[in-house]
Design a protein around this ligand. Structure first.
Ligand code: NAD
Ligand code: UDP
Length: 338
């Protein structure tokens, strides 16, 4: 297949490009590099032997999107990663988030319809569930009001795709990621947070390498076994693999009533302290951390029911928590060596 990967130089996108190429698919990336660098293309080339084509432009520019689709005849599908993703920043700049995340998607949907590119895989998030009433959370769980403009863009995007798909003939898979962490085992690509990281794993590795003084553990008074919050951490390479399977499924699907939704997690949760212990185990280091207040807007615990992805996509996460933290640490050390 020939696939457009929007946001393909970003964290999850770059790992998915590697997976697509290794399965023999051709990739074209569109990214405006607002949160990634063109150097990723060379790194992908080192891993797979092929540097994917990159076009640098902003997907909120409707004319550029139409022009791109006009020039790339024979696209089989789109995997749409491009979006802003910082929860806290979205509270400060809500319109930036709505414009970037929603207008990009609208432009892509319209151009797909015009050029009869009819397979879409979309990056959604478990944030659409809020704090679920029962765990593990299934795809049938009621969606809750988003706690941030970022989370709201994911919910609205899912609805936009569901509204437009039957009219346009687009078949879609909406993937609700739990907590992607880790890096490619080659340590040639990984997560590159700009400035101070928001997420747990980059904060841990940057603290260990000496870029940050100490990790704050946000709250140890939750109703969980060790008091810290629980998430379903998933290796980014497992996640990438699910996108390839989703696109391959769409290409074979004769008909679809409505977009299919899949949770992507491991199916079990780990607390913040368990993640720290895993990191200490694989790195042999003692992490400097302290317990602080809860972070506003954080939920207590969530992990996925992944049986649907297993039965329909034939997908299952295979990496352990230690493999995830080890690969994140190897990536941080690679960055420090550059
Ligand atoms: P990322 O920031 O590393 O990658 C996104 C890429 O999109 C970046 O390279 C950025 O430059 C590009 N981009 C953003 N807006 C663009 C625009 N208007 N035009 C062209 N390019 C644009 O993020 P990621 O972690 O790889 O996330 C990928 C997707 O997965 C996003 O949609 C994100 O919301 C979603 N998601 C991520 C997580 C996570 O924890 N990383 C969790 C759930 C969902
Ligand atoms: N967390 C933390 N310290 C940090 C960053 C995160 O204790 O510096 C906790 C956070 O409270 C949550 C978990 O780690 O319980 C995962 O947070 P992250 O921001 O990575 O993902 P989220 O689940 O919030 O999207």
């Amino acid at each position: 297949m020939k696939i457009l990967v929007s946001g393909g130089t970003g964290y999850i996108g770059s790992h998915t490009v590697v997976e697509l190429q290794q399965k023999g698919h051709e990739v074209v990336i569109v990214d405006n590099l607002c949160n990634s660098s063109a150097g990723v293309i060379r790194q992908i080339g080192k891993i797979t032997g092929t540097e994917p084509l990159l076009e640098v432009f902003d997907l909120t520019d409707r004319h550029r999107v139409e022009d791109f689709f006009g020039r790339h005849a024979g696209l089989d599908g789109v995997i749409h990663f491009a979006a802003f993703k910082a929860v806290g920043e979205s509270v400060q700049k809500p319109l930036d988030y709505y414009r970037n995340n929603l207008v990009s998607l609208m432009n892509i949907l319209e151009a797909m319809h015009q050029q009869r590119v009819l397979h879409l895989v979309f990056s959604s998030s478990c944030t659409v569930y809020g704090q679920p009433e029962s765990l593990p959370v299934t795809e049938e769980a009621p969606l809750q009001k988003a706690l941030s403009p970022y989370g709201n863009t994911k919910r609205i995007s899912e609805e936009m795709i569901a509204d437009y798909a039957p009219l346009s003939g687009i078949k879609a898979v909406l993937l609700r990621y739990f907590n992607p962490i880790g890096a490619h085992p080659s340590a040639l690509i990984g997560e590159l947070p700009l400035g101070e990281p928001n997420n747990l794993l980059p904060y841990i590795t940057q603290t260990a390498i000496g870029k940050r003084a100490a990790l704050s553990v946000f709250g140890a008074d939750y109703n969980t076994p060790d008091g810290t919050a629980i998430r379903d951490y998933i290796h980014v390479c497992d996640l990438a693999n699910a996108h390839v399977l989703a696109m391959e499924r769409l290409s074979k699907l004769q008909q679809q009533q409505k977009p299919e939704v899949f949770n992507l997690g491991t199916g079990h949760g780990n607390s913040v302290l368990e993640v720290i212990q895993s990191f200490e185990r694989v790195s042999g280091l003692k992490l400097n951390y302290r317990i602080t207040d809860r972070r506003p807007g954080d939920i207590e615990q969530v992990w996925a029911d992944v049986s649907l992805a297993e039965s329909v996509l034939g997908w299952k996460a295979v990496s352990s928590l230690d493999e995830m933290t080890r690969s994140a640490w190897n990536w941080e050390k690679y960055l420090a060596s550059q």
